[in-house]
Design a protein. Structure first.
Length: 398
């Protein structure tokens, strides 16, 4: 027989049970599982930690606001190592073990190309910042969304910029990557519009430690601009080789290759004058300003802005669908990011509107999130910078 104290406790428990039951149910609801596959090491290592933190910031905001339809988001993170083989192993774990419905943040086209088949075969949504045209030409059945402009758009913008710099004779030194061939083809097609021409291209193994023969081949063509189409480690070596060879002409590389880490590793005279270009975040967006605070920097890189939007797009698509499968995200991601709905720049604001039955149009830190049927971002502004005194100076944004 229960004593008087036990009877009182039981009575109190029964009296409270109608209030406690919903909380218990909510606590036991299965979380929404999302995965990150950012480059914490390897050539993309300078960007991966901030990319992941940008993703985590969205998840923390959503969970603090009560989750998506009462379900918390649980984030599972892996390091792609900027290596296709390592990325495939990590993606298999995220898909098979962690059972995520989306993988976000793949960086480097070779990594994304390797991972993509695992995603569409398992009906897992893939959000990427990789640019090679070939990625969205894969038979991905709608399971890829790319916030990074594709190679055609990027190189068309580069050709326009080089034309404005008076470049007439371009030579490419390119790492052996999925975007090397497309980049050459686009630049070869676009430069004549601005009175220039592409002379030739040399493809190199990015893991080499010496590129003097490749540099000599480029200089024999007598270019006035050399396009260094690689990653930070190999472009560092190429810049040193060009300096030693006495090169004084123009040089340009993607902003992910010539970054502050590279500038800090070389004497200023080696890098002075080098141009970079990259998709520009929406500098006036409230989402961009929030990301500045989250990352503790006035200049969040484009990839962190994009991954911040990856997590927001996934959460909002899930809320719109009322389900958190890869199929649900695929079918709803455009419904919350383009169209005539109310413009929102913050994920929890969007969740409230969706819960109230309203239509939304999400635009985030990276800008408008309008995608083609094949998953490419439609357009975005670009930022052009030039190295001067071991720092990058903005030349223009357009």
């Amino acid at each position: 027989m229960p004593n008087r104290l036990t009877r009182r406790a039981l009575a109190a428990g029964l009296a409270l049970s109608p209030l406690l039951a919903p909380a218990v149910v909510r606590a036991q609801a299965e979380p929404i599982r999302l995965g990150t596959l950012t480059p914490l090491t390897g050539a993309g290592g300078p960007y991966g930690p901030a990319m992941r933190k940008a993703l985590e910031g969205v998840v923390e905001a959503v969970n603090s606001a009560g989750g998506v339809a009462g379900r918390r988001i649980q984030l599972y993170g892996e390091d792609s190592q900027t290596n296709p083989d390592a990325a495939v192993r990590a993606a298999r774990k995220l898909i098979d073990v962690d059972r995520v419905s989306a993988i976000m943040g793949t960086w480097a086209s070779a990594v994304t190309t390797a991972v993509a088949p695992l995603c569409w075969e398992s009906r897992t949504m893939l959000f990427t910042v990789s640019g090679a045209d070939s990625i969205t030409q894969l038979p991905h059945r709608g399971y890829i969304i790319r916030t990074q402009p594709n190679s055609t758009l990027q190189i068309s913008k580069l050709a326009e910029f080089l034309g404005a710099q008076g470049a007439k004779r371009i030579f490419i030194l390119a790492a052996q990557t999925p975007f090397a061939l497309t980049n050459r083809q686009v630049l070869e097609r676009e430069m004549p519009k601005y009175g220039g021409q592409l002379l030739d291209q040399v493809i190199y193994d990015k893991d080499k430690t010496v590129f003097r023969s490749e540099v000599d081949q480029a200089l024999r063509a007598r270019p006035d601009f050399i396009f260094l189409n690689g990653y930070t480690p190999d472009v560092t070596i190429l810049l040193r080789e060009l300096y030693r060879a006495g090169w004084t002409g123009g040089k340009v590389a993607p902003a992910y290759a010539i970054n502050q880490r590279l500038l800090d590793s070389l004497p200023a005279e080696v890098t002075n004058g080098a141009f970079t270009w990259a998709p520009s975040p929406d500098l006036e967006s409230p989402a961009f300003k929030r990301l500045q605070t989250l990352l503790g920097t006035q200049d969040p890189d484009p990839y962190s802005c994009q991954t911040n939007d990856h997590a927001s797009l996934a959460a909002l698509a899930i809320a719109k669908a009322g389900a958190w499968t890869g199929d649900a995200i695929r079918e709803n991601v455009r419904k919350i990011s383009q169209g005539d709905g109310e413009r929102v720049t913050e994920v929890t604001e969007g969740l409230k509107l969706l819960a109230a039955g309203r239509e939304i149009n999400y635009a985030g830190a990276s800008g408008a999130c309008d995608f083609t049927d094949t998953g490419d971002i439609l357009t975005c502004p670009f930022r052009y910078e030039q190295a001067e005194g071991a720092k990058l100076k903005t030349v223009r944004v357009s």
